[in-house]
Design a protein around this ligand. Sequence first.
Ligand code: FES
Length: 106
Amino acid sequence: MPLVKFITHTGEEHEVHVSAGTSVMQAAMDNGVPGILADCGGACSCATCHCYVDDAWVEKTGKPDDVEEQMLDFVMEVKPTSRLSCQITVEDDLDGLVVHLPESQI
Ligand code: FES
């Protein structure tokens, strides 16, 4: 099972193992990782699952599609590495993925 490491804005680290096919958002929610609200449940319509993909993983996670890009316009403190975590699916090739969590959502 792939490992995902979440790092909060205060530097607190949470490592979770998830089944392949799980979204990064769901990985956080299922494991009590603080900092992701996911109000829409993963429908890409709330932007409260904002995260920053670690620089080392940006290429592997890919770019947001048009819908995700539009939702990211609602996010404060958007960065080039910003993603909506519900739109990143953890597969075996993302084992060890590191994502950073913003200080607040929206
Ligand atoms: Fe709502 Fe990701 S959970 S956009």
